[in-house]
Write a protein that binds this ligand. Structure first.
Ligand code: TEU
Length: 579
C-alpha cells in the first residue's frame, strides 16, 4: 500500500540538522585512574565536544552490566555500571549537555537483557515462575541417535547455536547474541510494558532527548521456530536473519512503542537496522506518517567487503559498489516523508580512514579530510564517532591477537582455531580479517595527547591505546589549523551554513561509472553544489557534469591546488557552489 506523506522530507527538525557525536564510555576519558572511561570523564570534555560543532551526543550503554558484550548486556536499566559512575553522574551529564545547548540520547537495548538481569534470573528459576514467558524457552529436540538438540538450527550473530541449554529447568533459551544475552519475549504484553516503563520512561523523565535503538528489527521473530535453510553445510548452525529480522509483528511493536511512550516527548529515535536491504521495508520504519522511528542506520555501506555468511570472510570491494549503495540510501527518501542517516563509523566498525581512505602516513590526513568533506555534504542526519574527528586509524598490524578484546573477534578466532586444529595459514588469514574489520579498532581509547596512554588514563587502560597516539592526538591538533580536527570543525560549520543544500538538498550522483572519483551534485531550489572526491592515491582528472555548468566557486577544499584545475591530487576533495 503506498504511504501517504503527511510531512515532506524537507520539513525542518532539530534531529535532522543536528550533528550527532557518539561516545563509547569505556574508551572516551578516564577521570579516576582505574583504566576505564567514565561519566565524569565525559563531563570534563563537553566543551571540546561543543567546540566541534556537535548538537547531539549519543551515549553507548553505561548501564549496570557484567560487560560480556561491553554493556550491550544490561543487568539493570536504571543503574549505572560501577566503574562508569552513578545515576547522579548521569543526571549531571544530562544537565551539562543541556546547559551547553547539546541534546543527549541514550542507547536502548531491549531485544535482550543480560542473563544477570533480575527478570531473567526469575525466568530461569522455574517453569512456573510468572516471568517464565518473558524469554523464549523451548524443550529440546532429539536426533535419530537420541542426541539432545536445540529447538532449531539458527546460528547466533556471534557464532555457535542461538540456543543455550539450561540445566535447572531442562529447557533451551534463545540468545541471538552471546549466551549471556537472552532474548526478551516481545510477544508477551507485560514484557513490552515493563520495557517502556523501566528502560524508557525512567530516562525520558530525567530529560534524555531520545534513543539510539539497538537491533530495532529483531523483536518479532518468525514463530514457531523453524529451521533455516542450509547455506553452510560445514556447520550445524545456519544463518537465519530472514527468520529473526523484520518479523511479522515488528511494525506493530514499534507503533505501540511510539504511541505509548515516544510520542509523549519531543525526542529523536534512530534504530539500528541490520539485514534490511529493501528501501520499501526501510521506509515503513522511517516514514513520518507511519509514526515509528525518525530514522535508521541502514548497513549496506558499512558492511561493504564483509563475507555473506561470515563477516570475517572478507571480500574485495570497489568504488562502484560503494557508489551504488550511497546513491540508493541518499535517494530513497526522494518524494516521500522518510529520513536518512550518514555515518561511516560507530563502535561496531573499524576506522573509516583505514577502510575507505588510507592510513599510510603519506595519505592519512588528506584522506581523513576527504572523508569529512564527503560526510558533511550528504543528505540526512550526520553521525560521527569519537576519535573520527582527529583521524584515528585501525590498530597496527603488529598487534597480536591477545590485544583484541571483543567477543565477536575472539569467538571467530577461536572457532577457526578449533575447526582447523590451529592451522597456521587459517589462523593468519583470520588475524588479517580481524586487522581489517574487527570492532576493536573503534574501541581503542581516545587519544587526547602524546603522554603515556595517550592521556586517556593515568592507570592501566582496559584496552591498549593505539600506538599512533604520539602523532594522532587532540592536543596537537587543537591549535593546528591544518589538522584533521580543524578541518572537521570547518566542514561541520560549512554544513550548517549551507544546511538547506547539504542537510536537506537532493543528492544526484554524476559520473557513476568512474572507478576512481566520486562526483555528485546537491540541489535545493535554485541552489546547487558540486562535490568531487578522489578516492585513490594517484592524481585523477574529473569531468564537470553538464548539470554543473555555470560559475563554479570553490567553497571547501582539503588541498591548496587551483580551483580551475581539473586535476585532483591524491584523495583531494573539493566543493563548488554553482551559480
Ligand atoms: O549490533 C547488532 C549487530 O547487528 C551486530 O551484531 C553487528 O552485526 C556486528 O556488530 C557487526 O560486526 C548491536 C550493537 O551495536 C552491538 O555492539 C552489540 O554487540 C549487539 O547489538 C548486541 O546488542
Amino acid at each position: 500500500m503506498p504511504l501517504i506523506p503527511n510531512t515532506s522530507n524537507t520539513d525542518k527538525r532539530w534531529w535532522k540538522e543536528g550533528v550527532v557525536y557518539q561516545i563509547y564510555p569505556s574508551s572516551f576519558k578516564d577521570s579516576n585512574g582505574d583504566g576505564m572511561g567514565d561519566i565524569p570523564g565525559i563531563i570534563s570534555k563537553l566543551d571540546y565536544i561543543k567546540d566541534l560543532g556537535v548538537d547531539i551526543v549519543w551515549l553507548s550503554p553505561f548501564y549496570a552490566s557484567p560487560q560480556v558484550d561491553m554493556g550491550y548486556d544490561i543487568s539493570d536499566y536504571q543503574d549505572v555500571y560501577g566503574p562508569y559512575g552513578t545515576v547522579d553522574d548521569v543526571k549531571e551529564l544530562i544537565q551539562g549537555c543541556h546547559k551547553r545547548n547539546i541534546r543527549i540520547i541514550f542507547d536502548l537495548v531491549v531485544n535482550h537483557t543480560s542473563d544477570q538481569h533480575a527478570w531473567f534470573k526469575e525466568s530461569r528459576s522455574s517453569k512456573v515462575n510468572p516471568k517464565r514467558d518473558w524469554y523464549y524457552w523451548r524443550p529440546a529436540k532429539y536426533d535419530e541417535q537420541g542426541n539432545r538438540m536445540p529447538p532449531c538450527n539458527w546460528r547466533s550473530c556471534f557464532g555457535g547455536s542461538a540456543w543455550t541449554w539450561d540445566e535447572t529447568t531442562q529447557e533451551y533459551y534463545l540468545n541471538l547474541f552471546t549466551p549471556e544475552q537472552p532474548d526478551l519475549n516481545w510477544e508477551n504484553e507485560d514484557v513490552r510494558k515493563a520495557i517502556y516503563d523501566n528502560a524508557m520512561r525512567f530516562w525520558l523523565d530525567l530529560g534524555v532527548d531520545g534513543f539510539r535503538i539497538d537491533v530495532v528489527n529483531m523483536y518479532s521473530k518468525h514463530l514457531p521456530f523453524a529451521d533455516a535453510p542450509i547455506t553452510d553445510s560445514s556447520s550445524a548452525w545456519q544463518l537465519a536473519v530472514e527468520l529473526f529480522c523484520n518479523g511479522p509483528r515488528m511494525y506493530e511493536f514499534l507503533e505501540e512503542m511510539n504511541s505509548s511512550v515516544l510520542s509523549h516527548y519531543d525526542v529523536m529515535t534512530v534504530g539500528e537496522l541490520p539485514c534490511t536491504p529493501e528501501p520499501e521495508a526501510v521506509l515503513r520504519y522511517v516514514s513520518s506518517s507511519a509514526k515509528k522511528l525518525n530514522m535508521v542506520f541502514q548497513m549496506d555501506l558499512v558492511t561493504l567487503g564483509f563475507g555473506k555468511n561470515e563477516k570475517f570472510e572478507t571480500t574485495e570491494w570497489n568504488l562502484l559498489q560503494f557508489k551504488a549503495f550511497l546513491d540508493k540510501w541518499q535517494c530513497f527518501i526522494n518524494g516521500n516523508d522518510g529520513w536518512t542517516t550518514i555515518f561511516l563509523e560507530n563502535h561496531d566498525q573499524a576506522r573509516s580512514i583505514s577502510r575507505f581512505g588510507s592510513d599510510d602516513p603519506a595519505f592519512r590526513e588528506i584522506s581523513g579530510k576527504m572523508l569529512a568533506t564527503f560526510l558533511c555534504t550528504l543528505t540526512g542526519t550526520l553521525f560521527l564517532y569519537q576519535g573520527q574527528e582527529i583521524g584515528m586509524i585501525n590498530a597496527p598490524k603488529s598487534w597480536p591477537i591477545e590485544e583484541y578484546k571483543d567477543v565477536e573477534s575472539l569467538n571467530f578466532y577461536n572457532h577457526v582455531k578449533k575447526s582447523t586444529n590451529s592451522d597456521e595459514k587459517a589462523l593468519s588469514k583470520a588475524h588479517s580479517a580481524i586487522q581489517a574489520v574487527a570492532r576493536d579498532h573503534s574501541r581503542t581509547p581516545v587519544q587526547w595527547d602524546s603522554s603515556q596512554h595517550g592521556g586517556f588514563t593515568t592507570g592501566q587502560p582496559w584496552m591498549r591505546v593505539n600506538d599512533s597516539f604520539s602523532y594522532i592526538n587532540v592536543r596537537d591538533q587543537e591549535h593546528d589549523e591544518n589538522s584533521v580536527l580543524s578541518f572537521w570543525r570547518k566542514a561541520i560549520e560549512f554544513r550548517k551554513n549551507y544546511k538547506e543544500l547539504l542537510v536537506y538538498g537532493e543528492f544526484q550522483l554524476c559520473d557513476a561509472e568512474n572507478t576512481k572519483t566520486l562526483t555528485y551534485l546537491k540541489v535545493h531550489n535554485d541552489q546547487k553544489a558540486l562535490v568531487v572526491l578522489n578516492f585513490t592515491k594517484e592524481e585523477q582528472t574529473f569531468m564537470v557534469p553538464k548539470e554543473a555548468h555555470g560559475q563554479m566557486d570553490l567553497v571547501l577544499s582539503n588541498s591548496k591546488t587551483s580551483s580551475e584545475s581539473k586535476q585532483l591530487g591524491p584523495f583531494e576533495a573539493r566543493v563548488y557552489l554553482i551559480n
